[in-house]
Design a protein. Sequence first.
Length: 214
Amino acid sequence: MPHQHPLHADVDVPCLCCGSVQRFRFASASDQVVCGHCRSHLGPERAEQRDREHIALWRGILESHDRDARDAASAATTAAAESAALVARLTAERDQLRAGAIDTASEVGTALQDQLRDDRVRRAERATQLTAKRVDTAMVALWRLQAFHHPDPRKPGSCVCGRTLPSCGESRIFEGMRQEMLDWERRNLELLRAGKRHGLPPEHPDVAGAEGRR
């Protein structure tokens, strides 16, 4: 069956056999959307082998997602704390300058104040860029994982991974971070559409669509 995915480019799409998201590079619209793991499953006589290997595959994927979800949540918390500490430190330095901690009446004092201000701006810019990259890295991990762990609209009270929402550890983690992740996605979509640097992953539909139009 022909597919509609971009050709001659790396794209992450669900395998039509096991359903897991895999990376493909299609040469034609008639290429099979079946990952390398599942190519040996084609044929009705291999149904038992297919089901057994699918269970093992998804168990491994879910265990990996468990680790990634914990790491992403920890990274996002650390990045937010570092950002808050940076703001507090720079605010304290500003208040010191305003309070006259440096004598600006003399030429030397004025030059020192200008030098400190320039150095503070450079340090703040570097720290802000580093913090933004860390936040992007954490949010990209959450964005990828939420595709496998969000409320199933067809089954109220269930996660799309098959577990109930209360028993899905990833969904419980995402519940506190989901709105923050969605806000991050919205801001980066605005940057993408404005042609500016953004933190969205290459497999994001809007990023893939923009690449396909080039």
